[in-house]
Design a protein. Structure first.
Length: 126
């Protein structure tokens, strides 16, 4: 019976490993449950091409919201929604000078990770 316990199949890898030494070497490289939650949140925050563009643009220079919308070729309201997602993730922050609000990447680890991910897409241009 394919997939049955009679055939030696066990759920979630509970059967004896094929290479126990390799399994033990790989196990410490996994991320913790806390890291997994943070990774999931980060991945969700960059799961949109516009947000990748925003991160790349802000890695170069702080930009006013209207200018950022022009750079990423989106409407101001659409850009604002993407900004909110990235702000909630702690990746970008704003500063106000008079009536102009400029956005920039934070110095957080999350921002650094997302910037690396955003730049990784450069290999597609090769």
């Amino acid at each position: 019976m394919i997939g049955s316990r009679a055939s030696g199949w066990h759920p979630r890898g509970r059967a004896a490993p094929i290479d126990a030494q390799a399994v033990e070497a790989a196990r410490p490289k996994l991320i913790t449950a806390r890291q997994e939650r943070a990774a999931r949140d980060l991945i969700e925050s960059i799961s949109n091409v516009t947000r990748i563009k925003i991160i790349r643009a802000l890695a170069e220079t702080p930009l006013a919201a209207g200018d950022l919308a022009r750079v990423v070729d989106r409407t101001a309201p659409a850009t604002s929604q993407h900004i909110r997602v990235l702000r909630d993730a702690g990746v970008i922050e704003s500063t106000r000078s008079g009536n102009v609000v400029r956005y920039r990447l934070t110095n957080s680890t999350s921002a650094q990770i997302l910037e690396v991910i955003a730049r990784a897409f450069d290999v597609l241009a090769r």
